[in-house]
Design a protein around this ligand. Structure first.
Ligand code: SAM
Ligand code: SF4
Length: 503
């Protein structure tokens, strides 16, 4: 998918759990059952137990049924990690007796989980808060979570005095305390520390996707890319213990999840804090070994920490998906240095060669920023030539957006928006051609697909291959959601495949 400068759309689309498949805020239809649409023709019921983990099911149901603490509406913007943070925040609230509702009108607590990776995303937050202004006078509590909360801090109270709670993602473990203060009538509560070595683990996670579970294994970021707000908004890197990760994966498998996706801004920088000191590749293998787990995904990998043992793990264990998202950002070593990306074009290409030499084909996708301060036409062409050389399976591309607190803010950003837009369009056109040609070569091949969507059109289904290609296919079967089927490819477009159920 080539998605213009819409970073949220990109993060979502690349994610295994795209916004189009986002479960709308769950409706409680009967005790212990969530009614979920998942953008499909017909809603279907999922037992609440299947949407949770590490949970005492009866406790949740008791709390929800009691509904002692009112209702909450939670809206999420941004990347897959934000989506998953929201799943954990929702679980936390459900376990405290709040009930999730579909509209701000029906809620006593309105939460907005935000993204500030580029300017437009941050601006959107304040326009949305404006819409909530009169809600406070109706007695509703309004809270801002996530990256904008961390970045703007108490400024939010000045710009939007109707907000009562501001909590950055590095402080989510303080949310229960903050909620207690709000329940006690406190008007203003904040959680803005980033100097933490703790990860955000919850007893209950209200998972949106009934088949694929997300698990953050590393939070924050210790890299210092000169354009990026993440180290400021998500705090320093901290990894979750391998024992706790594996325990949760076992619980997820028992609950019927067959695919897990390990998340982190630099997921492969994982550093196990337990005495076991599992390497990232060992963790991948251990997760794949859990009975009931059929697919293991991971995102996002940083090129500098992408080591041969990760490729060996993919080669040796078919349950580890044959897809690596390895953001390059630029094809020019000079620009990479200015971005503080810690590798050169040649070093990046060595990582690609390592994957191309694997005994199993590996799909490779990337992120690219065009119009970084000082990027010359020649340097932009170096990025185009990298595209030719690597032949990516998918690409997410962005116009450079200057962000507060970042080192690149002080670099001269004199390129006109028009020129940034031109470069983006040229890059995307070229990638579209590459994807068209690559996907056309897949016609006639068979793939295993995890079925995750049912079209409103009869007998039409959709799902993902292990290489994370979206495939729409026809089948006469009555119920396929959540199952793995063989699909033969009959047609291709740049962003998806067409096929028939092969029995
Ligand atoms: N940790 C990942 C990595 O190292 O590649 C990136 C995470 S970031 C949420 C996703 C993508 O947003 C980045 O890969 C980059 O392409 C893009 N991005 C980050 N900051 C940006 C900025 N200031 N302007 C434009 N794009 C940006
Ligand atoms: Fe941002 Fe760089 Fe960290 Fe990725 S590795 S989150 S781009 S600072």
């Amino acid at each position: 998918m080539v998605d213009g400068d819409n970073i949220e759309a990109v993060c979502r689309a690349f994610s295994a759990h795209s916004r189009t498949r986002r479960c709308p805020p769950a409706r409680q239809s009967k005790a212990g059952v969530i009614n979920c649409d998942l953008g499909m023709s017909k809603p279907f019921d999922i037992e609440l137990e299947r949407l949770t983990s590490q949970a005492s099911y009866s406790e949740i149901v008791r709390g929800v049924a009691a509904g002692q603490r009112g209702t909450f509406f939670l809206e999420t913007f941004g990347c897959q990690m934000n989506d998953h943070d929201s799943e954990k925040v929702a679980g936390l609230l459900l376990s405290r007796g709040y009930q999730q509702v579909e509209t701000p009108e029906a809620a006593s607590l309105i939460l907005y989980n935000t993204c500030s990776i580029r300017e437009k995303a941050a601006q959107k937050v304040f326009s949305r808060l404006g819409e909530y202004r009169e809600k406070q006078s109706e007695g509703k509590v309004i809270g801002v979570l996530g990256c904008v909360a961390q970045q703007e801090g108490e400024e939010i109270f000045k710009r939007a005095p109707w907000v009562s709670l501001v909590c950055g993602s590095a402080s989510y473990r303080k949310l229960p305390d903050m909620l207690t203060q709000l329940e006690a009538g406190n008007q203003r509560v904040t959680g803005l520390d980033t100097d933490t070595d703790a990860t955000f683990e919850t007893e209950v996670t209200r998972r949106d996707n009934p088949w694929r579970a997300y698990l953050t294994i590393i939070e924050g970021c210790d890299k210092a890319c000169s354009y990026c707000v993440v180290p400021f908004t998500r705090g320093p890197e901290r990894s979750r213990g391998s024992d706790s990760i594996l325990k949760e994966v076992r619980q997820l498998a028992e609950l019927g999840y067959s695919e897990v996706q390990l998340l982190g801004q630099t997921v492969n920088s994982y550093a196990d804090p337990t005495p076991r000191k599992m390497r990232f590749s060992e963790l991948l293998l251990a997760v794949a070994d859990v009975q009931g787990i059929r697919r293991v995904r991971f995102t996002t990998s940083h090129p500098s920490d992408f080591t041969p043992d990760i490729v060996e793990a993919i080669e040796g264990q078919p349950k580890i998906c044959d897809h690596v998202h390895l953001p390059v950002q630029s094809g020019s070593t000079r620009v990479l240095r200015a971005m503080q990306r810690t590798y050169s074009r040649e070093e990046y290409l060595e990582k690609i060669a390592m994957m191309r030499d694997a005994n199993r084909p590996i799909a490779i996708t990337t992120d690219i920023i065009v119009g970084f301060p000082g990027e010359t036409e020649f340097e932009f062409e170096e990025t185009l030539s990298l595209l030719e050389e690597v032949q990516y399976d998918n690409l997410f591309s962005f116009k450079y957006s200057p962000r507060p607190n970042t080192p690149s803010l002080s670099m001269s950003d004199s390129m006109l928006e028009e020129e940034k837009g031109r470069r983006l369009a040229v890059l995307q056109d070229r990638q579209r051609e590459i994807q068209s040609a690559k996907n056309a070569r897949l016609v006639g091949k068979r793939f295993e697909v995890l079925v995750s969507g049912k079209s409103r059109r009869e007998n039409q289904w959709s799902g993902y291959t292990t290489s994370h290609r979206m495939i729409n296919f026809a089948s006469q079967e009555r119920e396929l959601l959540g199952t793995y089927v063989q699909v033969r490819v009959t047609g291709a477009s740049p962003n998806s495949l067409l096929g028939d159920h092969a029995v």
